[in-house]
Design a protein around this ligand. Structure first.
Ligand SMILES: [Fe+2]
Length: 188
């Protein structure tokens, strides 16, 4: 379909985030599996459920416009996945560092989604597609909450890494395992 009107452009952009959400829904279970901390796992698993709902919201949006849902390959999310895979294979990181890397990747993903939804809401509003505005706002609020959660977790684990480094001692592998077990405890 060629893009010839603001409505065409909106449908095109909707197809980008529709594709992005489906790629993210495939990645989240893998990330939850490779992160060891129970809070990180819970945040990623919770966001998987939200992402499934967001995909349905996007399908409703297409429905409100009277067009079938269509995907436009989102090369941004493809690229972030490729960065993840290259890092995992090429750098062989420790479990702690992989978790920090994954939290950073999750924050980048959320930032992309937030800006995408903000742009889509502007477009839908200009097109007077109020059903779409409401559906997209619901998705945006979840992405904003997820970004805040991911940044909070990142901060927490960066502080832990710094505390370990500040001792001036490189932890032997058995102590690193203990530290991982500590991190599995719920934090207040
Ligand atoms: Fe998200």
């Amino acid at each position: 379909m060629s893009v010839q009107s603001p409505l065409d452009l909106f449908v095109h952009e909707l197809g980008d985030i529709y594709d992005a959400e489906q790629r993210i829904a495939q990645m989240l279970p893998k990330l939850a599996q490779e992160c060891e901390d129970s809070q990180v796992k819970a945040a990623l698993e919770h966001h998987l459920q939200e992402t499934k709902q967001q995909i349905q919201n996007l399908e409703e949006c297409f429905g409100a416009l009277g067009v079938p849902p269509g995907r436009q390959a989102c090369t941004t999310i493809q690229g972030l996945k490729q960065e993840h895979d290259t890092f995992l294979q090429g750098e062989t990181p420790s479990a702690d560092l992989l978790q920090l890397f994954d939290l950073s990747g999750a924050a980048k993903t959320e930032a992309y989604e937030i800006v995408s939804y903000q742009g889509l809401i502007q477009q839908a509003d200009a097109l007077e597609q109020q059903t779409c505005v409401q559906l997209l706002q619901a998705n945006l609020m979840q992405e904003q909450a997820m970004l805040a959660r991911v940044q909070q977790l990142s901060h927490q684990f960066n502080q832990k890494s710094r505390a370990a480094t500040d001792t001036g001692v490189t932890l032997p592998p058995d102590m690193q395992a203990d530290r991982t077990a500590d991190q599995a405890q719920p934090q207040v």
